[in-house]
Design a protein around this ligand. Structure first.
Ligand code: SER
Ligand code: ZN
Length: 509
């Protein structure tokens, strides 16, 4: 990150007591002498027994607060000789002066920053004013982080309205014959392959559709996971905030994650009144729940791979166990998607096989390339899909709130795999479905989680998320609901799915 240029101004005061009888010329001279020895720009004035001090510091000089305290110590020693004491040493406010450059009041007027009480323009500087400063805030030098937050918010404003980065890199030779042009969700609902569940973006998948997911999984097992020797692991699905703080999710997608709040105590009696209401009125007093729940202890799995980086946090990996290639398919991911009607290609609870690998730089790139070959083989020769690849904003930026960031080095970043869905309209103008992705994160997670190798090997990581529902929607959209019509090379995997007779009830589907 480039160092930001700004000036910190601390305005504070000391109260003089003891032998103090007003700002005599002798006293003023003493104070001037003390301040002269300070490298920083300083000012002072008196208001009765209050000595107001202003200290400036550029970001690369001593922090203004430290200087403010140094002045206090020096003054205390000097004034002692005159039997004058100092008390109530208080910082009244801090100002951060940032050169305005291409900023204007118009551009920044909507910016609000926690701890910053006012933002002003003065002599070609933006001035961030911070009142109510306590020792904890000053001693930890948290002021230094405020300009970064300010510029991040400016970047966000610039990004608003911009399109996400998207660069087509490959389109399949296969073209879908569009023998089927219906919406898979509508047709699957009609056939009773799934049932809308009373939770936003959640479906119940019947054995028929589940067997299709398993067929996809088995294909992936044969053609990718076993071939490339990925080992299965079970990644936890409850994510502590500390992990999300490191991956960026905590501040990047706080409005999209599901939070985990258990009850305040295991003592059921805290629910007595709620239970009575339910039993007496047969209604559920939802509004009474929050006061019985704890503050969130974390959130539900969103990106699936973060626990992998936690596993290796601060560990030293012997070179001979590299590469580490693990995958997890043990449970769903949860995202609070925008409301409205979506098919089962866009869910609040979805299933994904997540592949994660850790190796030297060359190793990580080589694994990514091998995976891409396997994917290509599956989509071109087995599933015979119409698909394409695009370089997009890396997910680890997008999910930490940086919409338009791209990786400058070709090897790093995220590639999205998209499929053509005939029911959405012409291939040229309709929205294709992002059904999986593959990424190299460079040293992003290795650095944040302090993962090291015992030899002098620079480590990188990569991950790839395979969306089961989205693969199914892709295949159904291009081939229809009749499994016999699906590509011949996929037929061996479909034996079980084909045998499953759809459940028909008198009242459903
Ligand atoms: N973890 C990656 C993502 O969330 C791949 O699944 O997109
Ligand atoms: Zn991942």
């Amino acid at each position: 990150m480039t160092k930001l240029k700004y000036t910190t101004v601390i305005k504070g005061h000391y109260i003089l007591k003891g032998n103090f009888s007003g700002p005599t010329p002798e006293l003023v001279e003493l104070i001037e002498d003390v301040l002269k020895k300070i490298k920083n720009k300083t000012e002072f004035n008196f208001n009765k027994e209050v000595l107001n001090i202003v200290v400036e510091s550029n970001e690369d000089e001593t922090f203004a607060y430290e200087v403010f305290m140094q002045i206090k110590n020096k003054l205390r020693d000097t004034l002692k000789t005159k039997k004058i004491g100092l008390k109530n040493i208080t910082v009244d406010s801090a100002e951060l002066k940032i050169p305005a450059e291409d900023l204007s009041l118009e551009r920044i007027k909507d910016i609000k920053i926690e701890y910053v009480s006012d933002i002003k323009f003065e002599n070609n500087n933006v001035i961030l004013i911070i009142n109510n400063l306590d020792e904890w805030f000053l001693k930890n030098q948290f002021l230094r982080n405020i300009p970064n937050v300010f510029f991040e918010k400016i970047e966000k404003l610039k990004e608003a309205g911009k399109k996400e980065f998207w660069e087509l890199i490959w389109t399949s030779k296969n073209k879908c014959d569009c023998r089927f042009t219906l919406d898979p969700t509508v047709e699957a609902l009609k056939k009773g392959w799934l049932k809308k569940y009373p939770m936003q973006g959640v479906y119940f998948f019947t054995p028929k559709l589940t067997a299709i997911f398993r067929a996809i999984e088995n294909l992936i097992l044969d053609e990718i996971l076993n071939k490339l020797e990925f080992k299965e692991a079970i990644f936890p699905k409850q994510i502590p905030f500390e992990i999300w703080k490191k991956t960026g999710h905590l501040t990047g997608v706080p409005a999209e994650v599901f939070y985990l709040s258990p009850a305040k105590t295991r003592d059921i009696s805290i629910f007595d009144d709620i239970n009575d209401i339910i039993k007496i009125t047969n209604t559920i007093p939802i509004e009474k729940y929050p006061s019985r729940l704890r503050e969130p202890i974390g959130g539900y799995c969103y990106a699936q791979c973060p626990p992998f980086y936690w596993f290796f946090e601060k560990e030293i990996i012997p070179e001979n166990v590299l590469p580490i290639k693990w995958y997890d398919k043990s449970g769903p991911s949860f995202r609070w998607e925008s409301g409205g009607l979506h098919g089962f290609e866009r869910l609040n609870e979805f299933h994904r096989i997540e592949l994660v690998w850790l190796d030297s730089i060359e190793g990580v790139i080589s694994i990514r390339n091998k995976l891409m070959e396997c994917y290509k083989h599956i989509f071109d020769n087995i599933l015979k899909l119409e698909w394409r690849m695009a370089r997009v904003t890396p997910w680890y930026y997008a999910q930490s709130g940086k919409i338009t960031a791209t990786e400058l080095i070709k090897e790093k970043g995220t590639i999205d795999y998209e499929s053509y869905l005939p029911y959405r309209g012409p291939r040229e103008s309709s929205e294709w479905l992002e059904f999986q992705n593959i990424s190299i994160h460079g040293d992003k997670f290795v650095k944040t989680f302090k993962i090291k190798c015992n030899k002098d090997v620079e480590l990188w990581t990569g991950c790839s998320g395979i969306g089961l529902e989205r693969w199914a929607v892709t295949i159904i959209s291009q081939y229809g609901m009749d499994l016999e019509q699906w590509p011949s090379n996929f037929q061996p995997y479909l034996k079980e799915a084909k045998q499953i007779i759809e459940t028909k009830l008198i009242t459903w589907p």
